[in-house]
Design a protein around this ligand. Structure first.
Ligand code: GDP
Ligand code: ZN
Length: 311
């Protein structure tokens, strides 16, 4: 393990915080002579990335995690399952470029698992569902089996659904102390160190950062279409190609709502998420694909210079 700093020229060439190393990145580094330190000189291309806007309404992005293969969308079955929340996390996972898997935790507290399955699969059609209990370890083996051989996972979900408890299951000893103490605002307290990439005994990795737990929407919104491809499909039959499915005549989506073949709540979340992304697009279009391309160019320029040995 080396304590690393970011090379000066990398900081200099970075267009923003998103060009600097983040948790999950694979990097090139120059080891120091002392064997304990190193300098990060480059970041390898990212397979996926989770980004959020920096608090305070600035149009600044913070990279929360990169190279996440699987995003586990955790819900707790101790209360009522919230399909809208699952839909939201589904969009986030896809927007970040990770494969989503829905985890229904706390099966030991749930009387009607069938019903929970039904609700979850309605909210996440075609997405793999996994039910487990972090308390009894029931069903955990399936989750553990997915994080092998360098596969990186991340746990997403509201506070209290059992993310820390699940992390603990991977390790014999308690990795994080889960307490039953609750803050005044209802958020769980835990003693997680900030920003962690956990190497699991099963051979995979797990990214667990506080930021990942409170993901906001950030991105181009193409994932909304993917998550709601059933509605998009109906939309192909609208009279107008650019139909917003609001008030347009000949709208197939509105017709499906009318005849009950499309669920009203599902339509509502679809509309809401689309509006959120529209809003974001106008406000922060810093993360367009064009921008990503430019960043890649910048990185390769750094690489070339570095190869030539220029300081
Ligand atoms: P986090 O905020 O998502 O990290 O949730 P925690 O892991 O802190 O769990 C919140 C509370 O739920 C704690 O009191 C846990 O002991 C409890 N909990 C977590 N998973 C389960 C489960 O599968 N069954 C039961 N009965 N309780 C659980
Ligand atoms: Zn329409």
């Amino acid at each position: 393990m080396l304590a690393c700093s970011v090379a000066g020229r990398m900081k200099h060439l970075a267009g923003g915080a998103e060009d600097l190393p983040a948790i999950g990145d694979w990097v090139c580094l120059e080891p120091g002579r002392d064997g304990k330190t190193g300098r990060i000189v480059d970041i390898l291309p990212r397979k996926s990335r989770f980004i959020r806007k920096v608090a305070g309404g600035k149009t600044q992005a913070q990279v929360l995690a990169t190279n996440v293969d699987i995003a586990f969308l955790v819900s707790g079955l101790d209360g009522e399952l919230n399909p809208a929340r699952i839909e939201r996390y589904l969009v986030l996972a896809r927007e970040g470029g990770a494969k989503p898997i829905v985890v229904l935790n706390k099966t030991d507290l749930c009387g009607d698992i069938e019903e929970a399955y039904r609700l979850a699969s309605e909210a996440a059609p075609g997405i793999r569902l996994l039910a487990m209990s972090a308390k009894t370890r029931d069903g955990f083996a399936e989750l553990e089996g997915l994080l092998k051989d360098g596969v990186t996972g991340a746990l997403l979900g509201s506070s209290g659904v059992g993310k820390s408890s699940i992390v603990n299951l991977f390790f014999e000893s308690e990795r994080m102390k889960v307490t039953d103490t609750r803050d005044a605002d209802g958020k769980g307290r835990h003693t997680t160190k900030h920003r962690e990439l956990l190497l699991l005994p099963s051979g995979g990795m797990l990214i667990d950062t506080p930021g990942m737990r409170e993901l906001g929407l950030w991105g181009e919104g193409t994932a909304v279409q993917e998550a709601f491809d059933d509605i998009e499909e109906i939309g192909t039959r609208c009279r107008f190609r650019d139909c917003h499915h609001n008030t347009e005549p000949g709208c197939a989506v509105l017709a499906a709502l009318e005849d009950g073949s499309l669920d009203a709540a599902r339509y509502e979340s679809y509309q809401k998420l689309q509006r959120e992304f529209e809003h974001l697009k106008g406000k922060y279009d810093v993360f367009s694909r064009l921008e990503a391309k430019r960043a890649a160019k910048r990185l390769s320029a750094i690489q070339k210079r570095w190869q030539k040995g220029e300081e």
